[in-house]
Design a binder for this molecule. Structure first.
Ligand code: FE2
Length: 230
């Protein structure tokens, strides 16, 4: 039996509506991507090291998350958290952010607010709810001694546990004006030492397995080499 013209018009309009929804979704995704790139640029302007550091972290984060079997749908949230977990540092005065000596207790307390600032920025964007949560908890310690929530073990969102490990690794191997970066081997040793106290031991183990095979790939993909880390 042939469908009536009204049946055709229903099908056509629902198909158009579906296409329009897809189009809007793509526009929203593309806008969100631009915002994320803009924020990353902002971080770069504030501290020249941060942009490259963040890009490398995003590369590591996706590789570790995949190996841990995290659903593909969550990888984007982890990637964004790896890129922008420190965006809240924009709210920390330069006198503290760039201080070369030891921070006073008061300065340290202010500095430790940056994960909450990151959360308060990222949560404003529809679609980045998980990423904002991962950013909020990226300085928690596996043994509960971190901040801001003093969460421990599996209470800490997995995206935060991943960012914590790769952030520490990348910071350790990066050269700073006041010190030379550690070797890959020394950084891996320190991560292992921190497994179970500061870091999730399973994430550390997974990262080390990947790093063994893929360290050269990651640095090639992000425009640097392990021996010339900015
Ligand atoms: Fe941080």
């Amino acid at each position: 039996m042939q469908p009536s013209s009204s049946e055709f018009s229903v099908d056509l309009s629902s198909s158009n509506a579906w296409l329009r929804v897809k189009e809007l979704e793509e526009q929203q995704h593309s806008l969100l991507k631009s915002v994320i790139c803009g924020f990353n640029q902002l971080l770069d302007l504030r501290d020249l090291n941060t942009g490259i550091h963040s890009t490398r972290l995003a590369e590591w984060a996706i590789r570790v998350a995949r190996r841990l079997g995290i659903p593909e749908s969550d990888l984007y949230q982890i990637e964004v958290a790896a890129l922008l977990h420190d965006i809240g540092k924009i709210g920390i005065p330069d006198a503290i952010l760039k201080k070369e000596g030891k921070l006073t207790d008061e300065e340290r307390a202010l500095m430790n607010k940056h994960p909450e600032y990151s959360w308060s920025i990222l949560r404003m964007f529809s679609g980045l709810e998980k990423a904002s949560l991962y950013a909020l908890h990226h300085h928690e310690s596996y043994n509960g001694a971190g901040y801001p929530g003093g969460l421990r073990g599996a209470e800490i969102p997995i995206g935060s546990r991943i960012v914590s490990v790769i952030d520490a690794y990348d910071a350790m191997i990066s050269n700073r004006c006041y010190r030379k970066g550690l070797s890959h081997e020394e950084a891996v040793k320190r991560l292992m030492d921190g497994g179970g106290t500061q870091f999730d031991p399973n994430v550390v183990q997974t990262f080390i397995e990947i790093a063994k095979q893929e360290v050269a790939d990651v640095f090639a993909a992000t425009g640097a080499s392990p021996s010339a880390v900015i």
